[in-house]
Write a protein that binds this ligand. Structure first.
Ligand SMILES: [Zn+2]
Length: 494
């Protein structure tokens, strides 16, 4: 079902929904938790942005903090953009100044990794204490940047411009086990690790731009948008002069699907994205529990293939639309309709696993990627795919390894650097098969009870493999098949 509402009605309905949902949610945001108040200006002409941020930081560790660690991932995005061109790119990013209570603070960029930035505090922040840091930040936005960049969605006419801004602000790192977690950036998977926070953002954009954001976005005045995103792990913003929107609803969640206006094949992709998103929300609500936010935005992107998740917002590659024109034969069209649906379902599943239940994506990618890949099968089952077909796919995945690597161990709970070339088979394929086979071993009802318990227990928190095992092991007591699966696929279970 797809319904089109006016923007005003949508905004009102979203507010009502949000108010109605809030009391039922697990793990309420603490009012004095981590928060970001940001004034962001996007200069489309120079393709740059400035951020004036006030970050309320709470020391959630037992140690006193003498410095804070922020990640400037735009430095990594720019470095990556340089590797894709022979041109000399004079792009830059960085924290220009930091202060606390009017006192300037020293800013130190890590010598080996420019994405790691330390801000020295004048007095140590004791365990449980809170401080507010003011940061001035600026960054250039690479043309065609992978996670953060700009481009025309109308690739032939190049008539419009779309900015996709992810990890575009200084993000407080996680402090764990006596130190800041500062893992390296890479592009062929996710590498982020952040706590949930409340965001209040004013975004200045050129006249006529539409803004799509994690959380709730409203146009307060011409060229000024306000974004509220509560209890979100991070925030992605899209600013564009070439998007249209269609809206739907499932399980009380407003689904807004944005696409490049004016082209039939893009509109067709959007219709399919909408249907897949609505079905995925229904399937995952049933399997895991409630989606805790008022809306989900699904946005067409020039992302090369597949999609990219952010809390409350997923980007879906526009490449599927290439196969939805009248000149594509029926079989190929059907193939890409299926791939599109799987992508939308996968990225939507990341709302449950990554956005709500967080994890260290570098160290234990399986905790979000394997769950999202398994969820694709939950989606396929929901829309009527036969169990035999699903089983056959999971059998093919169960022993998948990168043939070029010397892989003798099937375990999936390893870090990006430990997996090396075996990363994709491990976290996307074997991980999905592990969860599917665990579902078969425990029985669907027992498995679902465990998944729901895991989701509720770690909502708005971060889980590790040991947390997963702590929830699932009691359900698997005396079940030899389940025990064998743990031992085969999880190093942490051995
Ligand atoms: Zn994924």
């Amino acid at each position: 079902m797809q319904t089109v509402y006016s923007r005003a009605i949508r905004a009102f309905a979203a507010l009502l929904l949000f108010a109605a949902l809030l009391p039922a949610l697990p793990g309420h945001a603490e009012e004095d938790g981590l928060s970001y108040a940001m004034d962001v200006t996007l200069d489309a002409q120079s393709a740059s942005l400035t951020v004036e941020a006030r970050v309320a930081v709470v020391n959630d560790s037992p140690d006193a903090w003498e410095e804070l660690c922020f990640r400037d991932f735009m430095a990594s995005v720019i470095a990556e953009a340089r590797t894709r061109t022979d041109e000399q790119l004079s792009l830059q990013s960085g924290i220009l100044s930091a202060s606390c209570g009017g006192e300037m603070l020293e800013v130190r960029v890590d010598a080996a990794d420019a994405s790691i930035v330390y801000v020295a505090l004048k007095t140590p922040l004791a365990s449980g204490d809170r401080c507010e840091i003011a940061l001035s930040y600026a960054a250039d936005i690479p043309e065609g940047g992978l996670r953060c960049g700009y481009f025309p969605l109308h690739t032939e006419s190049e008539a419009g411009r779309t900015f996709e801004l992810a990890q575009f602000y200084p993000m407080l790192a996680v402090y764990e086990d006596g130190g800041w977690v500062v893992e390296p950036y890479f592009v062929d998977g996710e590498c982020f690790y952040t706590r949930c926070a409340d965001y209040d953002i004013r975004l200045h954009v050129p006249e006529g731009y539409t803004v799509v954001a994690s959380g709730d976005e409203t146009e307060e005045a011409p060229s000024l948008w306000r974004i509220h995103a509560d209890r979100m792990r991070d925030v992605t913003l899209i600013a564009s002069d070439e998007l249209d929107v269609a809206c739907g609803e499932a399980e009380g969640v407003m689904v807004n699907c944005y696409y490049a206006r004016g082209e039939e094949s893009h509109r067709r992709q959007n219709e399919l994205s909408m249907q897949a998103a609505l079905d995925a929300i229904r399937a995952f609500t049933d399997a895991y529990g409630q989606y805790p936010y008022a809306e989900l935005d699904v946005v067409e992107s020039n992302y090369e293939f597949g999609g990219m998740e952010a809390p409350g917002l997923v980007r879906v590659s526009q490449m599927y639309s290439w196969f939805f024109g009248s000149d594509t034969d029926a079989a190929e069209r059907a193939e890409y309709e299926g791939k599109l649906a799987a992508t939308v379902a996968h990225e939507t599943a990341h709302q449950w696993f990554y956005a709500v239940v967080g994890n260290d994506q570098y160290r234990e990618a399986w905790l979000d990627e394997s769950f999202a890949a398994y969820s694709e099968q939950v989606y396929w089952r929901f829309v009527g795919k036969s169990e035999d077909d699903i089983t056959a796919q999971m059998d093919a995945f169960a022993n998948a390894v990168n043939e070029a690597e010397d892989v003798s161990d099937l375990c999936i709970d390893l870090s990006y650097d430990e997996l090396g070339g075996d990363y994709t088979p491990a976290v996307y394929e074997r991980g999905a098969a592990f969860l599917y086979r665990l579902e078969q071993a425990l029985g669907r009802e027992t498995f679902s009870a465990a998944m729901r318990e895991y989701y509720a227990a770690f909502a708005f928190k971060e889980a590790a493999t040991q947390d997963f095992l702590a929830v699932f092991r009691p359900y698997a007591e005396g079940n030899e098949d389940a025990q064998a699966l743990f031992a085969t696929y999880l190093r942490a279970a051995r």
